[in-house]
Design a protein around this ligand. Structure first.
Ligand SMILES: Cc1cc2nc3c(=O)[nH]c(=O)nc-3n(C[C@H](O)[C@H](O)[C@H](O)COP(=O)(O)OP(=O)(O)OC[C@H]3O[C@@H](n4cnc5c(N)ncnc54)[C@H](O)[C@@H]3O)c2cc1C
Length: 377
């Protein structure tokens, strides 16, 4: 297919693809089988500037773009989708700090997050708090010299191995505030890991905060209250990442399906000769190309300074649903071998179900798109 991307991005794609195939092909299988992602991947990712790609060098980034980041996540997602998720948590934390931290807070943490020498997590989800963050019950109480945080968080990525966390908590004015918490803080406990059907290797845990003391200088931005503009600016980072990973995942499904269809012989023909297989593969190609162009459009909108909220809601809705369809079609092409343990498409189908649920499930994206439709009609 003809690429509309600048030549340097296609060159960049080639180098990311080589790196991902070389380092992540076998690792993807091991991690799906229960191994954790090893720390040894960090210098490999740092080498290609993966941790800070879309951010400016003024803040420690790589002067790339969201479009470049999208290409990177697509190529990582083609080989090992969970690695893309691992990578983007740091970017989200850095994004939150850049939008809301005081200069000294940002200076202390952002460059280290963007070069991959430190890692972060962010925690808003709680056992009773999903999409509706107004339900949050974790509390920050004012104490001498700072704040005391108590409560539980759930489904938090990367907290067990991170250096720093951004914790969302209810403040004394009953608003929500954010706090920077080193993971060495007394009273902070990482609970049992949460195991999920796909994207295995995502480090997910319940967290407990038992009167964790956070000094005054760690109140993010130096004041209580979360500005919704911060969330609006940061939310698209996660969605561009996830949608790009899904495009790569779909590409892998297509490659696996065509490879299998060429080699599987039934009734004296490779099954790729059958019209039923043509229909499946052609449908997959159409869904992948449409998804790819949508993600590039959303990433370019963000690069051009738009908040890209509606673009990303539309894209996440379409792309994660397309990815579910494509993964199912790839399994169909494989027949029963597509559901056997060890089949790449079996793993990808489990992975894709998770993408539909986090960074805002489809139902929430539909509501966001509908709100925008009401505004423009
Ligand atoms: C791999 C993974 C990593 C994660 N990492 C983190 C992390 O690092 N930090 C963190 O804080 N959280 C994290 N989460 C949690 C994630 O953000 C939550 O799953 C998300 O907030 C949604 O919550 P929920 O699934 O409980 O859905 P709920 O909000 O309880 O929704 C349940 C169902 O109701 C529907 N629904 C809810 N509200 C509405 C509405 N207004 N209109 C229509 N339908 C609605 C939903 O679409 C869904 O179908 C992670 C989750 C996963 C799977």
């Amino acid at each position: 297919m003809h690429s509309t991307l600048p030549e340097e991005l296609e060159t960049f794609r080639t180098s990311v693809r080589r790196m991902a195939e070389r380092h992540f092909t076998d690792l993807a299988v091991k991690v799906d089988d229960g191994e954790m992602i090893p720390d040894s991947v960090r210098p490999i990712l740092a080498d290609i500037g993966a941790f800070g790609l879309p951010f400016s060098s003024d803040v420690g980034g790589e002067d790339g773009s969201f479009l470049a980041w999208s290409v990177l996540q697509e190529e990582i997602g083609r080989v090992m989708p969970v690695m893309g998720v691992y990578l983007q948590v740091n970017l989200l934390v850095a994004g939150i700090l850049l939008e809301s931290a005081t200069p000294s807070q940002a200076e202390e943490w952002v460059p280290q997050l963007l070069n991959g020498t430190k890692s972060g997590f962010m925690a808003f989800t709680e056992p009773q708090t999903g999409s509706d963050i107004k339900m949050m019950t974790t509390r920050a109480k004012k104490v001498d010299g700072g704040w005391s945080i108590s409560g539980n968080k759930m489904w938090i990525s990367n907290a067990a191995s991170a250096d720093i966390g951004v914790i969302y908590a209810r403040d004394p004015d009953d608003g929500l505030s954010m706090f920077l918490m080193p993971t060495t803080a007394p009273g902070f406990h990482v609970g049992a890991p949460i195991e999920i059907m796909g994207l295995r290797g995502t480090e997910l845990n319940e967290l407990n905060f038992d009167n964790v003391f956070v000094p005054e200088e760690n109140l993010l931005g130096g004041k209580t209250g979360i500005k919704t503009s911060v969330l609006r600016k940061v939310m698209p980072i996660g969605k561009i990442g996830i949608c790009s990973i899904c495009v790569g995942l779909m590409q892998a499904c297509l490659e696996e399906a065509t490879r299998y269809a060429r080699q599987r012989v039934q009734q004296g023909h490779p099954i790729i000769d059958f019209q039923s297989i043509h229909y499946l593969i052609a449908e997959m190609v159409a869904l992948i190309e449409a998804s790819r162009q949508m993600v590039y459009w959303a990433a370019t909108s963000k690069d051009q300074g738009a908040d890209a909220i509606t673009e990303l809601a539309t894209t996440k809705l379409f792309v994660t649903n397309a990815a579910l369809k494509v993964a199912r079609m790839a399994v169909s092409v494989h027949g029963v071998y597509g559901i056997a343990k060890g089949a790449v498409v079996e793993r990808l189908l489990r992975d894709v179900q998770v993408f539909e649920l986090f960074e805002g499930p489809s139902e929430i994206q539909r509501e966001m798109v509908m709100r925008a439709v009401k505004d423009i009609t």
